[in-house]
Write a new protein. Structure first.
Length: 519
């Protein structure tokens, strides 16, 4: 990455060109073979000391993943190792784990060969620097390339690239800006397309025909990129907590033990749950935690535009979950069929009929955004007890209105939408997102409201709701307010008892929530 690597100073020798390096390495990368090369035949490639002035090193110093060489060296090593790997396994018969192990071995040999060449004309690389170069080469082959060192930082949630500049968002500290993470816009676009291929989405590319693309990186991070912005742009959403459950949500302060027990009992009582909140509030993390509580003898279908739930994988401690069929939508290749439909596109709504034929006991939709609201609610009301989905809503009081809006946009009359919502949803969980990272604090995500949705409509024709948990003047997080009508069902699960709601619920959160202005 251009701003997290050492670069030769303006007055120093020119860096080795990529074609020169490739030619020198071609005869030196085979295991056990080191050609003799005189120092006079090698261009000098000195390492710039960390004390170089800002004019000599156009980057922020002491960043994670600093490279002691120009990134052209990494790209040349990666190209040569990839060539050797293809020659060793031309038909890709090796298991992925074995292929990566062989790549590691080839990378180690390649870096050792480069270090020997480098030492003949410059200051020798240290073992730590060789390891850093080797990791960068491996990252370029199998992980996030030049951006991987940012994704590996502790606390990273989002990496946003605008042209050549990156902005890194953390959950516990202010945003950081890096001036250069690519040398050209074309290089950034090439990175996007390489990551798409590594993720198994070769048909998804950032081109003139498809100026928007989305996919998962090998580590599960979600990538969205576009050339429709003033400069090519990329946003990477990292999943820091993909293997965690409700217990971890208590540790992070999203839930307290009372809400943990309540929501766990709701899952076992097969209540249909809608998780809502603003963007970035942790809705997917909450649904993932709830999904981890589904008994392992059930059958589950998940429908997502981008894979984020990972409920088809073992949970914390390799705990087995239910038999899970994880469906993922597919983007178009940019062409249009007759009638205007995008060729190759498969939406969540398209997947619903097939998913329901799997006779799943529950259906989970990662996020409801459009017309998929109708099949989701219909599945809930027609026997899909215990199903879940998320919905983007800015304020708690707007939840029903947002549901009705989506239903009417999908072609349903308002009155029918009210009845369908009342018959489908049992519990609504609202997560409040309070971002104080820019003020010296951290990001707070906590449940502030839980509603029961009754299966009848009120006098105004809207579904009737009851606040089960809500904030108080002294506590902005959810505090018990009213007994749910389904308390008997919760008690029958053995995970919750009504007396817990009556034992001084105002102390359920323990210490008060501390924000920047209150400290």
């Amino acid at each position: 990455m251009a701003d997290i690597q050492q670069r030769p100073g303006a007055g120093g020798p020119a860096p080795m060109r990529r074609d020169e390096l490739a030619g020198l390495l071609a005869g030196h990368l085979s295991p056990g073979r080191m050609a003799e090369t005189s120092p006079e035949s090698l261009p000098a490639q000195p390492i710039v000391p960390a004390t170089a002035g800002p004019s000599a090193v156009p980057r922020l110093v002491e960043l994670p993943g600093e490279l002691p060489v120009d990134y052209a060296v990494i790209e040349s090593l990666q190209a040569e190792v990839s060539k050797q790997l293809s020659e060793a396994d031309p038909d890709r018969l090796l298991q992925e784990s074995d292929r990566r192990a062989q790549a590691r071995s080839l990378v180690t040999t390649a870096v050792a060969a480069y270090a020997t060449l480098h030492a003949q004309g410059s200051t020798p690389l240290t073992p730590e620097q060789e390891r850093t170069i080797g990791n960068a080469v491996f990252d370029a082959m199998f992980r996030g390339g030049r951006l991987q060192s940012l994704l590996d930082e502790e606390g990273v949630e989002d990496v946003m690239v605008d042209g050549l500049t990156a902005h890194v968002e953390y959950y516990n500290r202010p945003r950081r800006t890096l001036d250069r993470v690519a040398d050209t816009h074309e290089e950034l676009i090439a990175w996007v397309n390489r990551m798409a291929r590594l993720s198994g989405h070769g048909e998804r590319g950032l081109t003139q025909a498809t100026p928007m693309v989305g996919f998962r990186m090998p580590d599960g991070s979600r990538v969205t990129a576009s050339t429709l912005t003033s400069r090519p742009s990329v946003v990477i959403r990292k999943h820091r907590v993909r293997d965690d459950g409700l217990d971890e949500l208590v540790q992070w302060g999203t839930l307290n033990p009372l809400l943990h027990a309540f929501l766990k009992a709701c899952v076992h009582a097969r209540k249909n749950i809608l998780v809502v909140g603003d963007m970035g509030s942790g809705k997917t993390t909450m649904v993932r935690g709830l999904g981890r509580e589904i008994p392992e003898d059930e059958r589950l279908v998940t429908l997502e535009s981008d894979r984020e739930l990972y409920l088809d994988e073992p949970g914390p401690g390799s705990k087995p979950g239910p038999l899970t069929f994880a469906f993922e939508a597919r983007q178009s290749n940019g062409e249009r069929q007759s009638g205007g439909k995008l060729a190759g596109e498969i939406t969540i709504a398209d997947m619903f009929p097939t998913a329901l034929r799997y006779n799943a006991s529950r259906v989970i939709v990662g996020e409801v955004r459009a017309v998929e609201i109708l099949p989701m609610l219909q599945a809930m009301s027609a026997g899909g007890s215990g199903s879940m989905c998320t919905l983007h809503v800015r304020q708690p009081h707007a939840i029903i209105s947002r549901l009705v809006q989506l239903c009417t946009e999908a072609g349903m009359a308002t009155e029918a939408a009210h009845h369908l919502i009342a018959a489908s949803i049992d519990v609504v969980v609202y997560i409040t997102y309070l971002n104080e990272a820019g003020r010296g604090g951290r990001k707070h995500r906590f449940v502030s409201h839980i509603y029961e949705v009754h299966d009848v409509v009120g006098e105004r024709g809207r579904p009737t709701t009851t606040e089960l948990f809500a904030p108080t003047p002294d506590e902005r997080r959810a505090v018990y307010q009213n007994m749910p009508t389904f308390i008997d069902e919760l008690e029958r699960t053995g995970h919750f008892y009504r007396q817990w709601l009556l034992q001084d619920p105002n102390t359920a959160w323990g210490a008060p929530l501390q924000t920047v202005g209150q400290r």
